[in-house]
Write a protein of this length. Structure first.
Length: 213
């Protein structure tokens, strides 16, 4: 079983809860004999943002025309992300809520794999067809405020977005979701809240191991 862990935060674990979640999950499964674990660090990879350069590159490829350096970089980065995603049976995302959404580098990874005919398509009647139903996903998210109340839940565009992309558009099964929230809003309880959340991360990793034992 191939597990890809996508690291969506480049802050050190001493300063970042989502980085702690990444390390906790990785340490819990990295030595499991039934799992082939790899890491894709979106901040360590060369990942130009998509825009006209990508569309120009795709057009040039179709015409067998030479690419600029930037066009080649973005095509190489896109293919690398797709290759890592294609190989994985289970994809784990460890990411923070930044300014109500996900980090731009993580968004770029998603933009690279969000491709008609690869992760989804439309049939002859215009109906969405999900092409990644054979894959599973685990979401590990940290947010310092509280976004789980009826009033604040609509403001969260990180976990909600990831659910809609991977579960909704791509058809992947979300087999676990761990959210640590409120530790910045409640500094007197922060240590306890983080510790409890990290325990749930470990439990999610162990549950995955038990399913494959």
């Amino acid at each position: 079983m191939n597990v890809l862990i996508v690291k969506g935060n480049n802050r050190p674990a001493s300063e970042s809860v989502s980085s702690k979640m990444f390390e906790t999950f990785l340490n819990a499964i990295k030595d499991h004999k039934h799992l082939n674990v790899s890491v894709y660090d979106v901040f360590a990879e060369d990942m130009p943002y998509i825009g006209q350069d990508l569309f120009s590159a795709l057009g040039k490829l179709a015409k067998n025309e030479p690419l600029t350096e930037l066009e080649q970089r973005i095509l190489t980065a896109k293919q690398k992300a797709k290759a890592a995603f294609s190989k994985a049976d289970i994809i784990v995302f460890a990411f923070p809520l930044w300014n109500l959404t996900i980090p731009a580098k993580l968004q770029t990874f998603i933009d690279y794999i969000w491709e008609a005919g690869y992760t989804f398509k439309y049939d002859e009647n215009g109906k969405l067809v999900q092409l990644m139903a054979d894959k599973k996903v685990i979401l590990l998210n940290a947010r310092g405020g509280i976004y789980s109340t009826p009033e604040t839940a609509p403001m969260d565009m990180s976990v909600n977005y990831m659910r809609n992309v991977f579960g909704g558009m791509f058809g992947m099964e979300i087999i676990a979701e761990v959210i640590i929230e409120g530790h910045n809003a409640n500094p007197d309880r922060a240590e306890e809240m983080i510790a409890e959340g990290l325990q749930r991360v470990t439990e999610a990793a162990k549950k995955l191991e038990l399913q494959l034992a």
